[in-house]
Design a protein around this ligand. Structure first.
Ligand SMILES: *Cc1c(COP(=O)(O)O)cnc(C)c1O
Length: 374
């Protein structure tokens, strides 16, 4: 058997939609991007959505339009993909790393409060692997301290916190459509917000700082001379990507259902292996299982890296758990000891999970895990 860590779930509908976009003659940001934004805003329950080239550029744009810049500190988890912290550096601010709660692998209001300083201007919690953070206490903290709150929701499309979708809680939230995430447009990102001024500034920022959107200029019956009121970036999604995104969004409920079914089987079958801890999901969270992780407990027969190699020898692609940004060379100036983060990054692995995974494939992964870890 040959089992990948993940496989995007794309079909003939995405293919047809991409072809139609190409045949329409409008391939850069246009009517399909607008439709994708409107559908996604409606899906998560936000007033506005603004498409970008990736979640990384979405985070950068969100920070800048929120007024974050030089001299400001932004609190982020270290246990995340490196782009979370990089986006803060792009905005000329300084990432400050908060530790996590071991149980959920997410930051909490307590771990955030510990690293607040007078320079803290924003908090950027990550819904890691799609599992929502305990958002209410963090929102209260940010309100009380007048801090900007930006959710790194790269993995969390379709996840829910207290019965409401991530992106629909009134904050700025940034999503990713990279193929490793739940739905994909090849590369791509989206920012949701309820604030009309923020949405407006985001549209300008991703479009070279130009005062008039392309769609308006093309539709106008009068000559329109655009203005450039600030330095912007080219962070525009193409209409070909958006055409694919619209079809992916239609599949999202099915994709999440499948991911949850497969995760449930893993939870049930792996829980009995003594040396493994499976995720426990808090009651306030509905998890899309963007990734499925397990923790290898100390008393284990083979080390994590040996286990991953043995699985690979059997044709199964596992991955190390989420990285710890503060331990990477390029962030050594920001190093602070983060005990829970360091333990989790060392002892966790991700197992294959994708909607098209068959019962036989999953049974094979489980059987190999039993043989190697029992
Ligand atoms: C994947 C990911 C990103 C980056 O997303 P891109 O769309 O690839 O730029 C940012 N943050 C987290 C938590 C991620 O998992």
């Amino acid at each position: 058997m040959n089992i990948p860590i993940t496989k995007p779930y794309l079909g003939i509908e995405e293919e047809t939609a991409a072809v139609e976009a190409i045949r329409s003659g409008w391939v850069s940001q246009g009517p399909r991007v607008k439709e994708f934004e409107e559908r996604l805003a409606e899906y998560v329950g936000a007033k506005y959505a603004v498409a970008t080239t990736s979640c990384t550029t979405a985070l950068h744009a969100a920070l800048v339009v929120s007024g974050i810049g030089s001299g400001d500190e932004v609190i982020v988890p270290s246990l995340s993909f490196i782009a979370t912290a990089n986006s803060v550096v792009y905005a000329s601010a300084r990432p400050v790393f908060a530790d996590i709660d071991h149980e959920t692998c997410n930051v909490t209001v307590e771990t955030i409060e510990k690293v607040i300083t007078p320079k803290t201007k924003a908090v950027m919690p990550v819904h890691q692997m799609g599992l929502p953070v305990d958002l209410d206490p963090i929102m209260d903290l940010c309100k009380k301290r007048n801090l900007v709150l930006i959710e790194d929701a790269a993995c969390a499309i379709g996840s829910e916190y207290r019965g409401k979708k991530i992106g629909g809680h009134g904050n700025i939230a940034c999503f990713s459509f990279h193929p490793r995430k739940v739905i994909t447009t090849g590369e791509g990102g989206m920012i949701t917000t309820d604030n009309p001024e923020i949405a407006e500034r985001l549209r300008r920022f991703r479009h070279h700082g130009m005062s008039v959107p392309d769609v308006e200029r093309h539709k106008s019956r009068k000559v329109v001379i655009e203005k450039y009121v600030e330095i912007g970036y080219n962070y525009r999604m193409t209409d070909i990507q958006a055409a694919i995104g619209i079809e992916q969004l239609k599949r999202l409920p099915f994709i999440i259902e499948r991911r949850r079914q497969i995760a449930e089987v893993y939870n049930r079958e792996l829980k009995n292996i003594k040396s493994i801890r499976v995720p426990e999901i808090p009651d306030c969270a509905f998890h899309n299982y963007q990734s499925y992780w397990i923790e290898l407990l100390d008393s284990t027969p083979v080390s994590r890296d040996e286990l991953m190699q043995k699985l690979l020898d059997k044709g199964i692609a596992a991955r190390r758990g989420i990285m710890a940004i503060h331990m990477e060379e390029c962030y050594k100036k920001c190093y602070v000891p983060l005990p829970e983060t360091e333990q989790v990054t060392k002892n966790t692995i991700l197992l294959p999970l994708y909607p098209a995974m068959t019962i036989e494939e999953q049974a094979y992964v489980i059987q190999c895990m039993r043989e190697l870890r029992q």
